[in-house]
Design a protein around this ligand. Structure first.
Ligand code: FAD
Ligand code: FES
Length: 502
């Protein structure tokens, strides 16, 4: 991150130490290439290797460089206000399947930790969905009714054992929390020595093509030819299936605070506005509360920033905070019909994607790994059609799909004509803004000494205009969620190449 950003590193990155691997040494071949070393990619590679498949995993950064290392670390089937909505959109059978596969993922993660001796602090905990607003109790109760109907372990409780008053809550029993970086470190350490498995970090994939049933993954360090490719990159890096256009990218913020006594044991998510996600993390020396919230669409950070201050204010209002131990942010994508896309991408027989986890990828990404392994090894999976990226939902999805793309088109046009600053002189040290220089719209940032860096303001994915994100000192694209640092290097896809120099 640049010198002008506040230091943003999650508590999991501060306290975890994932193994490191050599970059790809040159062109090679494999049966399957997995791109991305988050929970989805690592679990997929591990399951494939365990099924006797020769698998090569490549990762642009290090293990856990993406969103997984910045999560809240909750492993649960309780994904906010979702089950009533899923029943309405897709019917009871699909909603039940969504709940079941996420429940199974809790068991699968527990089994992986046990079998491979992964010390990731996996702990069974109750997960609560709560409201502090009396006028939301009826809606929350309807969500509880839906979850019960689907056979999920839901109970209505008036007192969710929080150190502040709430109006009502739904408790899901036997859910879990873990240390996400320690979990990824354990998966990677298990995967690397398996027969047929190879792991390469610092290896960015820039293109994936398929010809005559063979896939070629072009990386910055050589090509890998394979029978199948799995794009576990959070946002798929090929445009083949147009998943990017059916996903809404959302950014959220987290802090951890040291306290003497959190006063709670469970994991919590409020349905209020703003919404807060809470859990505790005890590292043996300190007791900490993790608070996550402040979501907004990528590329549309509120101008007044203050996201971290918002979280800290909430923490200080509800807990005796001794110090803020970490602050960070991350993003995830939600599919228009609220079901992840998992499986073969459109117009392809051998390129697979897993995305759209709507901030619940620890469980959903684990399920995705099982489903993709079944698809690649030719095993039947009863959920393949439900989550297929090629599924056709022409009702509610079509409307929001259209709305989303109209919004993208509007941003594209407006940002081109309206720069964020009139001139470079108007940009204060430590900040950035798009500026019109002649015919070009240029992304200009200044470090704290006033040194200027200029890059093209045109996103290298599909040409929308990037905007300055004050909280994180990055260039963010509101169209499909790509982000770049002040030097123009890719922080988040779907873009795979840096902003051009200007
Ligand atoms: C603030 C926040 C809190 C969350 N908390 C929770 C939670 O408590 N529980 C939960 O279940 N979910 C949570 N989520 C959601 C969850 O973290 C994600 O859905 C999940 O981590 C996705 O995992 P992934 O492996 O698919 O993606 P990632 O973890 O993002 O992994 C993708 C990897 O691909 C790599 N990559 C990208 N492009 C390339 C390329 N071109 N070449 C090579 N490598 C590439 C990236 O560097 C990255 O390491 C949260 C999300 C947010 C934003
Ligand atoms: S992310 Fe698609 S145009 Fe920028």
């Amino acid at each position: 991150m640049s010198s002008s950003a506040p230091e943003t590193t999650s508590i999991w990155r501060r306290t975890g130490a994932p193994p490191e691997f050599a970059p790809l040494p040159g062109s090679t071949s494999a049966e399957v290439v997995v791109i991305g070393a988050g929970v989805t990619g690592l679990t997929t590679a591990l399951l494939l290797a365990g099924s006797g498949v020769q698998v090569t995993l490549v990762e642009a950064g290090g293990i856990g460089a993406g969103t997984t290392g910045d999560t809240t670390g909750k492993v649960t089937s309780q994904h906010g206000m979702i089950y009533r909505d899923l029943i309405e959109r897709h019917g009871e059978a699909t909603a039940r399947a969504y709940g079941q596969v996420n429940e199974q993922a809790i068991e699968q993660i527990e089994a992986l930790c046990r079998t491979h001796d992964i010390d990731a602090g996996f702990q069974r905990r109750a997960a609560y969905l709560y409201t502090t607003a009396q006028d939301r109790v009826a809606e929350l109760h309807a969500e509880f009714d839906a979850a019960r109907r689907l056979g999920l372990p839901a109970n209505w409780v008036d007192d969710p054992e929080l150190p502040f008053d709430v109006a009502g809550a739904v408790r899901f029993d036997d859910q879990a929390q873990l240390h996400p970086m320690d979990y990824l470190a354990g998966l990677a350490a298990t995967l690397a020595p398996m027969p047929g498995a190879t792991v390469h970090t610092s290896t960015r994939a820039v293109n994936v093509t398929e010809t005559d049933g063979r896939v070629v993954v072009t990386t910055e360090r050589g090509e890998i030819t394979a029978d199948h490719a799995v794009l576990a990159t959070l946002s798929p890096i090929t445009d083949r299936g147009f998943e990017f256009a059916r996903l809404s990218p959302v950014r959220a913020y987290g802090i951890s605070v040291a306290v003497d006594d959190p006063g709670f044991e469970g994991m919590y998510l409020s349905v209020d506005d703003p919404s807060w996600s809470l859990r505790r993390y005890d590292d043996g020396r300190t007791r900490q509360v993790v608070v996550v919230g402040g979501s907004h669409p990528v590329g549309r950070a509120p101008k007044e920033d203050g996201r971290f201050e918002l979280l800290e204010r909430f923490a200080r209002e509800h807990f005796e905070v001794r110090e803020v131990t970490a602050r960070w942010s991350a993003q995830d994508h939600t599919a228009m019909d609220r079901l992840p896309f998992i499986g073969r991408t459109a117009f392809s027989g051998h390129i697979h994607v897993a995305t759209g986890f709507q901030k619940w990828g620890l469980s959903a990404g684990t399920f995705a790994a099982h489903l993709l392994t079944d698809l690649i090894t030719g095993r039947d999976n009863p959920h393949a059609a439900t989550f297929a990226p090629t599924r056709l939902e022409v009702t509610a999805e079509a409307t929001s799909f259209l709305k989303h793309n109209l919004e993208v088109a509007r941003m594209f046009v407006e940002d081109r004509v309206r720069p964020e600053a009139a001139s470079i002189d108007d940009i204060p040290p430590g900040q950035g803004a798009t500026v019109r220089l002649g015919a070009d719209l240029v992304a200009v940032s200044k470090d704290h000494e006033g040194n200027v860096t200029r890059r093209s303001a045109t996103c290298t994915h599909l040409g929308c205009v990037v905007r300055w994100n004050r909280a994180e000192a990055s260039w963010d694209c509101g169209c499909h969620g790509s982000r770049f640092d002040r030097e123009g290097r890719v922080l988040n896809g779907p873009a795979t190449t840096p902003l051009r120099e200007r």
